[in-house]
Design a protein around this ligand. Structure first.
Ligand code: PLP
Length: 377
């Protein structure tokens, strides 16, 4: 199998699986238990927190484990709106956020919030000025992702954070960094966001675990899950110790020679760009600078057919965050591409394991698809 869909999820290295197995089988204690097995687990969870917080460049006490990126996004949005409930009921976000943010914003609309969804330009870019000019005195929250999951475009979160201080110092800033974490180097303080969402399964960790960074401007954060008091009383529920262990192990592995891994991904992306653009009718979509995501369109050939054809040859790619019932995804739609181009958008995404041979095979399959199938759009 040739796996070119690392933005959807990533393979789990054996060391991560082994670490999780050890926790499940032998370190199964509840971190809240008062005997040694439990006390050991409590210490372990804090050690794993240190590892993930270290990679994010924050204090361990600022990092809260969650069940996934979706949970972190939802929590950040409700917590920011709660803190600023007396400031106003306006949210600024982009039209190209992941559904975890968009649907949470739609839910806030049902509760009386007004949401401004900023459109990207044709390259998929959003500028800091565009975001800041949408901020009003009653803006409770700005939520702008760090890296778009379909185009790989990097958004100027640090500039937005700086500008917000002048525009409305009370407005809180959330960034969904699920696709940025350990792909685009940043630290929590350098970024300046009040909330940062990350997820384990995009970096070689297991599914079902993530984390939310909550910065110092968030006073008495609204608990996501009131209950037994875990995660400093903010996100109760017995810690998912094996998942957290796997997440921390994946972080540790990725951090080892991270620069080399990122350079490798960037090289693979450049190689793929060169190979793929030699195919007639194939063009790059967006100006994505993230090293692991390449969005292209085989203009005229429906993306779902391409995905199915390549899948039959053992090659996994994605049709953006998928063509839903034949319609382009909301991200592709926001780029306002010509219909033939929009209908043919596919996403290739890479990991440290991806090789040039993987790209060669994919390029060959795409060229064959172009040469042997009739365009339908
Ligand atoms: N945000 C972005 C940008 C994503 O790409 C994803 C997953 O695809 C998520 C959020 C959701 O993360 P999770 O699958 O951990 O809920």
């Amino acid at each position: 199998m040739i796996y070119l869909d690392h933005a959807a999820t990533t393979p789990v290295p054996r060391e991560v699986a082994d670490t999780m197995y050890e926790v499940l089988m032998n370190q199964f204690g509840n971190p809240s238990s008062q005997y040694q097995l439990g006390l050991d687990m409590k210490k372990q969870v804090e050690d794993w927190r240190k590892t993930v917080a270290g990679a994010l460049g924050c204090e361990p006490k600022q990092l809260f484990f969650t069940s996934c990126g979706t949970e972190g996004d939802n929590w950040a949005i409700t917590a920011a709106c709660w803190q600023n409930r007396h400031l106003g009921r306006h949210i600024v976000t982009t039209a190209v956020e992941h559904n975890a943010v968009l649907e949470a914003c739609k839910w806030m609309e049902k509760q009386g919030y007004e949401v401004t969804y900023l459109a990207p330009d044709g390259n998929g870019d959003i500028t800091a000025e565009q975001v800041l000019s949408a901020v009003r005195p009653d803006t409770a929250l700005v939520s702008v992702m760090l890296v778009n999951n379909e185009t790989g475009n990097i958004f100027p979160v640090a500039d937005i954070a700086k500008g917000l201080t002048a525009k409305n110092p009370k407005t809180l800033l959330h960034t969904d960094a699920v696709q940025g974490f350990l792909k685009v180097p940043f630290t929590a303080s350098g970024l300046g966001a009040d909330f940062i969402t990350i997820s384990g399964h995009k970096i070689g960790g297991p599914k079902g675990v993530g984390a939310l960074y909550i910065g110092p401007r968030v006073r008495n954060p609204r608990p996501l899950l009131p209950g037994g008091g875990q995660e400093a009383g903010l996100r109760s529920g017995t810690e998912a110790t094996a998942q957290i262990a796997g997440f921390a192990k994946a972080v540790e592995l990725r951090m080892d020679h991270l620069d080399e891994k990122l350079a490798h991904m960037a090289h693979i992306k450049a190689y793929a760009k060169e190979k793929l653009t030699s195919i007639p009718d194939l063009q790059v979509v967006g100006s994505g600078a993230a090293p692991h995501i390449l969005s292209v369109s085989l203009a005229g050939w429906p993306s779902q057919n391409i995905v199915t054809d390549l899948s039959a040859q053992g090659i996994c790619i994605s049709a953006g965050s998928a063509c839903h019932q034949g319609k382009p995804s909301h991200v592709v739609a926001a780029l306002k591409l010509p219909k033939r181009t929009a209908g043919g958008v596919i996403r290739l995404s890479f990991g440290p394991e991806t090789s040039e041979a993987d790209i060669d095979a994919c390029a060959e399959a795409l060229r064959r698809h172009h040469d042997t199938r009739m365009p339908m759009l």
